[in-house]
Ligand binder design. Structure first.
Ligand SMILES: *Cc1c(COP(=O)(O)O)cnc(C)c1O
Length: 372
């Protein structure tokens, strides 16, 4: 059996006619960039995320960068985020000229450790960017309280958490501004690049609309020098066509995750912890295991594709060598980088496929146990 890590073809095949309809409409209206398809998607996605405004942009990294710019964060400022995330979170901070300040994650849910964030606050800190990693939100209430006490903005990096919940609140509805990615492999993905910022603040929404489009709301009238970070009309249409299925696809991911949890229970494998007051949408199903590299190889030999999210924490990346960190600075992130393995997870994964993966994983761990 061959089991892919994700299966976008299976997800998109039933929507082919809807996608062709989008293409026809865009060709008809010449609405290649922004336009009615994007506007319709923005309205639908704002409703989905439980917020008033959605500003669709070219990708998730641009969303983070524009969010920081909208809050006038730049040179001389510090922004706190986690060492255990995709580099885009930190790159956006660097791109606006601010300094990323890394903190460690909690060892159970792998999201920002509030106490660590508190210790990292200085007089230069302007914002905190918690990352809702793998599809589960950060423990937001203590973090929002901390930010409020210090007058800091909270920007949610919800790029992996479309539809996740925290105490009944949607991912993206809790921060001052929240960012989503519609990279094809995300829980909601475009057929190309895409991203969005969501918020409840009309003035910020207005500023973001201008920032993404050359500082302008009216063509050839520019209030300030902005950027070209607009979503394409086609992608807006494709995303609007896919959005109505997102909820049931997230539920399918949750069902697969429960089956994994059940089949891997009682083994050496550490399965993902789900907060009792939240809803995890399993963008990734990440386990911890000893001898991870050997397991990854053995699964590969049996036709099972797996991933590593992420093999090198940001403070140990060459790109951030200038911050002067060393091994040992963020022990939880460093340990996770050695032990984590992302198993196949996608909405159309079948019970037989999950069973096949679990059988292969259990055989590996039983061999390990027998050896010691
Ligand atoms: C995907 C991702 C991003 C960046 O999104 P792009 O659309 O690829 O630019 C940012 N942060 C996190 C946590 C992500 O997973």
């Amino acid at each position: 059996m061959k089991i892919p890590f994700a299966d976008l073809r299976a997800l998109h095949a039933p929507l082919k006619n809807e996608f062709m309809g989008v293409l026809e409409r865009v060709l008809e209206n010449n609405s290649f960039i922004l336009g009615p398809e994007v506007r319709a998607f923005e309205n639908a996605f704002a409703q989905f995320a439980g917020v008033e405004h959605c500003i669709a942009v070219s990708n998730g990294t641009a969303a983070l960068q524009l969010a920081l710019l909208a809050l006038e964060i730049g040179p001389g400022d510090e922004v706190i985020t986690v060492a255990n995330t995709f580099i885009a979170t930190a790159e956006a901070i660097s791109a606006v000229g601010a300094r990323p300040v890394f903190v460690d994650v909690d060892p159970t849910c792998y999201t920002m450790d509030t106490a660590a964030a508190e210790r990292a606050i200085t007089s230069r800190t302007r914002a905190i960017i918690p990352v809702h990693l793998y599809g589960q939100t950060t423990d937001m209430d203590p973090l929002l309280e901390l930010a409020k006490a210090h007058g800091l903005f909270v920007l949610e990096d919800a790029c992996q958490a479309h539809g996740a919940e925290y105490k009944g609140r949607s991912a993206g509805s809790m921060g001052t501004l929240s960012c989503f990615s519609f990279y094809p492999g995300k829980n909601l993905g475009a057929l190309g690049e895409g991203g969005a910022i969501v918020c409840n603040d009309a003035a910020l929404a207005n500023r973001l609309q201008m920032l993404r489009d050359h500082g302008s709301v009216k063509k050839y009238e520019h209030e300030f020098p902005g950027y070209n970070m607009r979503l394409e009309g086609l992608q807006g249409g494709f995303l609007a066509a896919k959005l109505p299925y997102l909820h049931e696809q997230n539920e399918a991911r949750r069902t697969a995750a429960q089956m994994y949890n059940h089949l891997l229970a009682g083994s050496e494998i550490v399965t993902p912890a789900e907060r009792s007051n939240g809803k995890h949408v399993y963008h990734l199903y990440v386990v911890q295991v000893d001898e991870r590299d050997a397991l990854k190889q053995q699964l590969g030999e049996r036709g099972i594709e797996t991933g590593l999210h992420y093999p090198v924490p940001l403070h140990l990346q060459e790109a951030y060598a200038g911050l002067g960190h060393k091994r040992g600075d963020f022990p939880v992130s460093e340990l996770l980088a050695q032990r984590i393995l992302s198993l196949p997870m996608f909405p159309t994964i079948t019970p037989e496929q999950v069973e096949y993966v679990c059988t292969a994983v259990m055989e590996f761990t039983e061999c390990l146990t027998a050896r010691v």
